[in-house]
Design a binder for this molecule. Sequence first.
Ligand code: G1P
Length: 297
Amino acid sequence: MRTKVTKAIFPVAGLGTRFLPATKSVPKEIMTLVDRPLVQYAIDEARAAGIKEFIFVTSRGKGALEDYFDNAPQLEQELRRKGKTELLELLKSTDMDSGEIAYMRQHRPLGLGHAVWCARRLIGNEPFAVILPDDIIAAEKPCLAQMVEAFAETQGNIVAAMEVPPEKASSYGILDIKEDMGRIVSTKGMVEKPALGEAPSNLAVIGRYILTPKVLQKLNKKRTGAGGEIQLTDAIADARDSGEEVYGFRFEGQRFDCGSKSGYLQATVAFALARDDLRDDLWTFLNDLVHAEKAAQ
Ligand code: G1P
């Protein structure tokens, strides 16, 4: 097995029902934080971690996503004609070389594990990353790059992890901890969306993974789990049961759950406040808002 991680899977087939009616026609992953779609953050993070092949698992109605990473000759021509070189430069961040990006269709919504399995032929016998674009992580060193470094040392499966309040554990995959070594945690199991009070710990899986081909083999079984879906968590746990290591990795950075409205709004504010061109105006606005709210109480 090769040990370098150069391929990443981006499961983007979900219906995005939490953002209806917007997601009736706009793929959730194209929704923007300030002026960049969620998926752009995911691609940038993957690139910064050394990923060379980007595999999207899509579904019906995700055409806008493919267009986003395509050339836009008319738009470029128009910008060139108007001398808008800065905007042309900006567009370059969406350029993908031919053959660098692949789209697989997940024909039926059978779960995250199934979505990853759909990309199996493009992965072959090498370790690969999985990025869930809903989970946005603001970090000095991008989260996946941190994990690639950890993988170079451990060579075992690695899942991003963070502590969540016990009452939230049933929304996540939860790690059963064998040994807590600080940044890295070895595991003796993983449970997808445990019932309230049954979580083995409060260390939750966040949407970044570096996995071995063994996990794809386990997904071949197409076992259904929580919610009647084929779960990635179960396949990783199965790989562990057959002797592979699975580590939790406490990443450095702030995670935003952009799959929820509240997380998405928080990310929007945080990312806008981090921008030189927006900070002052937004800060003044937020301050005024808070003062007005306090005065009204
Ligand atoms: C997925 C995974 C879950 C993980 C979560 C992180 O769940 O199945 O294990 O904890 O992403 O965001 P979802 O949020 O798609 O229900």
